[in-house]
Design a binder for this molecule. Structure first.
Ligand SMILES: Cc1ncc(COP(=O)(O)O)c(C=O)c1O
Length: 361
């Protein structure tokens, strides 16, 4: 699905020398690269604060804790997302409320969100799935002046824009993942929280480091959730290339979609208001197993994100009673993600296209 080695080889000189410098300096925790990376990301996103942490899952957990979401509270989330989105809600003892997605964008449908808001709703997690910005503005109008926070899950959307604004700057607080295969990927785990709120930023800073504003002073119970210096050094180098990587992804997606136009394949939605970053190129097709098998027979990877909604998973069973989310349930039987990474060659792209087309024609 992704070829991380080709990217490493293109950046090898810069990465190897940055790593050597980190190893020589030995400031492995909260070193200069971590501080510089946070500043650079805040400038890139145009947010007041960017606070790094150990993973995207932790970023969600820290955000929910910073918002003081607790048992008895409800948090609305799409069911068609990675498990971490909802796990984080459970970590703080709150109740995930799963809602259905829009069949075109595959993101949260504001109408379904509206129907599930209660007086216990404390937050809504808008996941920018596959790199397409969710409709945060419409969700904001729903929450009006109720005390409901909007958390963006930007794990798959680094660099994506909505109305020329970065995802990560649209809600109250946002969470990023630097898992290696993400658009901005580290060489291990990493994550980040962005916000314009000084108060939330202070809380996240405390929480990620044992509730400690200074050494051996502990104001609240926190965690060990820090981005390490080695990952920060790597991420700083890749951050300089992220727009070019995302543009390459868009170009590949455009080529795929052109090739599949006029067939029964439903290609990913794009629109003029937003800039998709194609973390995944996910098509919908009734007989996706046939495409998957044919790709596999030709040694081409493909993946199913996601084979079921979270409301159908055992782990979340206790939060779900008779929940039926028809769009999620249908899409999860039809979705198939094709290989997608910025360094794909024309030959690789065309081979994927030819193989997919051999099934549908
Ligand atoms: C939508 C979404 N949310 C959260 C996460 C969790 O990120 P991490 O793997 O860095 O913990 C991921 C990715 O893995 C994701 O895709």
């Amino acid at each position: 699905m992704v070829d991380l080695r080709t990217q490493y080889h293109a950046l090898k000189k810069d990465i190897d020398s940055a790593l050597e410098e980190v190893l020589e300096q030995t400031a492995f925790i909260f070193g200069p690269n971590v501080h510089a990376f946070e500043k650079e990301v805040a400038a890139y996103l145009n947010t007041g604060h960017a606070i790094s942490c150990a993973s995207g899952t932790d970023a969600l957990h820290l955000a929910l804790r910073a918002l003081d979401i607790k048992p008895g509270d409800e948090v609305i989330t799409p069911s068609f997302t990675f498990a971490a989105t909802a796990e984080a809600i459970c970590y703080v003892g709150a109740t995930p409320v799963f809602v259905d997605i829009d069949p075109v964008t595959l993101n949260l449908d504001p109408e379904f969100v509206a129907s599930r808001i209660t007086n216990k709703t404390r937050a809504i997690i808008a996941v920018h799935l596959f790199g397409l910005p969710a409709d945060v503005e419409s969700i904001k109008t729903l929450t009006g002046n109720k005390n409901i926070s909007i958390i963006e899950d930007c794990a798959q959307s680094f660099g994506a824009l909505m109305d020329n604004k970065q995802t990560g700057s649209l809600g109250d607080i946002a969470c990023f993942s630097f898992f290696p295969s993400k658009n901005l990927g580290a060489y291990g785990d990493g994550g980040l929280v962005s916000t314009n709120s000084d108060q939330l930023a202070d809380q996240v800073k405390l929480l990620r480091n044992h509730g400690s504003p200074r050494r051996y002073q502990h104001d609240i119970i926190g965690y060990n959730s820090r981005l390490d210096e080695i990952q920060a050094a790597i991420l700083r180098i890749k951050l300089q290339h992220i727009d070019e990587y995302n543009q390459n992804r868009r170009n590949i997606a455009t080529r795929y979609s052109q090739a599949f136009a006029g067939t029964e394949i439903i290609t990913p939605h794009v629109n003029n208001d937003s800039q998709h970053v194609f973390h995944q190129y996910t098509l919908l097709f009734k007989n996706r197993e046939k495409i998957k098998q044919t790709l596999e027979d030709n040694n081409i990877a493909s993946a199913i994100y996601y084979p079921s909604g979270l409301h159908q998973q055992t782990a979340f069973a206790k939060y779900v009673s008779n929940t039926s989310l028809p769009v999620t349930e249908r899409v999860s039987t039809q979705c198939l993600s094709l290989p997608m990474f910025p360094e794909m060659t024309v030959n690789q792209i065309e081979r994927v296209i030819d193989t997919v087309k051999s099934v549908i024609e």
